[in-house]
Design a protein around this ligand. Structure first.
Ligand code: ATP
Ligand code: MG
Length: 566
């Protein structure tokens, strides 16, 4: 797997792992990590950070990494999400071999642990309503109050818990709670709920259960069942760590004692990363689906044309830290460009066409011009591009009355057509409304291939396509989905939805591209010379390709780095 080469580097988590290995803490067992998504949405670039971290640490230290679905909330989880997560982790380049697990596989075992806790006097059935539980919990400044049900006998607790499982009570009638300390300064330790009643079908266990274990109970025990050594999670779980350890300590005999380690989650400028908000964007139609190329979802980035290697390189570059921060989305785009520059074949495509007729070029003649596929990759070879009397060039490459700094085509001016000839504009054809609809030009036959024998210079090189040979294409240009850097910030009655960029998608329906592009497979990437990196969209129908612009050629990150070298 390519991932190996990206394994170098160290950080505070790898330091902990190294120290544990040196001390023989888990010996003879190797390092064992897991990626534990809840199947209640599609994965995003933040998850990619966690995926790369967990799988790369395991690979770096000769260990294993599991994929585990944390599927304990049937009201929000769906098979569609499970399938998308499997697809996305694989696509990122990682392999869990035969170790794909579900927390729901452990429901019986978790239930046994709960029974053991009740027997040991560490858990009780509480019959306060959810509101009462909340008000008994206290606040950061005030201790909580004991539940009046806290001192139920073990016998009574066992009986009630069994009847909860048997479906004798409605949702909310009882919960199972840990018996820890209602006065703990850590609110998570104030007798947290371990199980709740939920009469809801589960996507895997069907109607077998009507009580479901809570995350803080399920997660540490699932880690222990799987022999996880380092349970890496995001910073918001730091305050849950005492409960994580408490659960492991009080669940009976467990094979291993995993260690929870927290790191800062990834935030990106111009991006929302909360699954709840992404779900809202999808459900309410602000985007076209979970794989909309404007979303930071893995499926969106795949459709947009981000190569998995670029996402891995990005995750590697941002590293892991203990302090929350926001990464400039320009860095992600920079990594995408770096990868595509190496791998994407170049083509010519005209997005906003303007017809050019070369008056001294014989009608009906076709020449095939040699074009380099990728100057960064000599092995990619060359291709033939048809040239003829009628061409399209980019509308913005012509100005009838150019300002001083405009060096491209204008009346009387000579420019180079890439791989072809020098042409000079001799006339402009307009429609009744006065709009330019066609240019008249002449070419110099002595400049074939793009160089003049008298070494006369031109100031611009334009891309073009032969009108008779071009394939018509639809091109979708994307801009940031949000028009502000921090769409999540609090602001006077405004929500993130008010900060959507109305110009985030521009669809161009009559673009013309080299004929070879019509055969590009959906998902394949290329560069349109001068216009950016693009990829063929699954919407491409035979003969009518659709392209997504992955990223433009101008590198905002490189400019930032030039200004502030570190
Ligand atoms: P929620 O739990 O609210 O549904 P979540 O984003 O935490 O959302 P999970 O499916 O629980 O989603 O996440 C799976 C793993 O990915 C967790 O270990 C989580 O810590 C990690 N993760 C989620 N978001 C990020 C992020 N932005 N950066 C890094 N890791 C993340
Ligand atoms: Mg989570």
């Amino acid at each position: 797997m390519e991932v190996q080469e990206e394994l170098a580097g160290s950080d505070f988590i790898r330091d902990i792992v190294k120290a544990d290995l040196a001390a023989g803490k888990y010996a003879p067992q190797a390092v064992h990590t897991r990626f534990p998504p809840e199947p209640n949405g599609y994965l995003h670039i933040g998850h990619a950070k966690s995926i790369c971290l967990n799988f790369n640490i395991a690979a770096q230290f000769g260990g294993l990494c599991n994929l585990r679905f944390d599927d304990t909330n049937p009201s929000k989880e769906e098979v569609e999400y499970v399938e998308s997560i499997i697809r996305d982790v694989r696509w990122l380049g990682y392999d869990w071999q035969d170790r794909m697990f579900y927390a729901s596989d452990y429901f019986e075992r978790l239930y046994e642990c709960a029974i053991a806790m009740i027997r040991a006097g560490k858990a009780y059935v509480c019959s306060l309503s959810p509101d009462e539980i909340r008000s008994y919990r206290g606040t950061f400044t005030e201790p909580g109050k004991n539940s009046p049900f806290r001192d139920r006998s073990v016998q009574e607790n066992l009986e009630l818990f069994e009847r909860m499982r048997a479906g004798e009570y409605p949702n909310g009638a009882h919960v199972l709670r840990a018996k820890i300390d209602m006065a703990s300064p850590n609110l998570n330790m104030r007798d947290p709920v371990l199980y709740r009643i939920l009469h809801e079908s589960h996507h895997r266990t069907g109607d077998a259960w009507c009580i479901y274990p809570m995350y803080d109970f399920t997660h540490p025990l699932s880690d222990a069942f799987e022999g996880i050594t380092h349970s890496i999670c995001t910073l918001e779980f730091e305050d849950h760590r005492p409960l994580y350890d408490w659960a492991l300590e009080n669940a009976g005999n467990l094979p291993t004692r995993p260690q929870q380690i927290e790191f800062a989650r990834l935030n990106l400028t111009y991006t929302v990363m909360s699954k709840r908000k992404l779900l809202q964007l999808v459900r309410e139609g602000f985007v076209r689906g979970w794989d909309d190329p404007r979303l930071p979802t893995i499926s969106g980035m795949r459709r947009r044309g981000y190569p998995p290697a670029a996402i891995r390189a990005f995750c590697d570059r941002i590293g892991v830290a203990k302090k929350d921060s926001t990464v400039d989305v320009a860095l992600l785009e920079h990594c995408v460009r770096e990868e595509l520059n190496k791998t994407a074949s170049r083509y010519m495509a005209v997005l906003r066409p303007l017809k050019v007729v070369i008056e001294n070029y014989p009608a009906g003649q076709v020449e095939h011009m040699q074009a380099v596929n990728n100057p960064e990759d000599p092995a990619s070879g060359i291709r033939q591009v048809p040239f003829s009397r009628e061409l399209y060039i980019e509308r913005e490459d012509f100005m009838e009355d150019p300002p001083k700094k405009f060096f491209r085509l204008s009346p009387g001016r000579e420019v180079r057509l890439r791989y072809a000839y020098f042409i000079t504009c001799t006339g402009v054809v307009k429609n009744e409304a006065g709009e330019i609809v066609e240019l008249r030009c002449t070419y110099d036959p002595a400049t074939r291939g793009g160089d003049a024998p008298d070494s006369r210079k031109v100031k611009a090189t334009l891309h073009w396509v032969s009108a008779a040979h071009a394939a018509q294409a639809e091109v979708r240009l994307y801009d940031r989905l949000f028009s502000v850097e921090d769409p999540d910030r609090d602001g006077a009655g405004e929500s993130f939805l008010d900060r959507l960029n109305p110009g985030s998608l521009e669809t161009l329906c009559s673009c013309f591209c080299e004929p070879a592009l019509a055969a590009l497979q959906p998902g394949a990437s290329c560069q349109f010379e001068r216009m950016g990196y693009f990829c063929a969209d699954p919407d491409s129908a035979s003969g009518r390709p659709v392209f997504n612009r992955t990223v433009g050629l101008r590198d905002a990150w490189a400019r930032i780095q030039q200004k502030n070298p570190d």
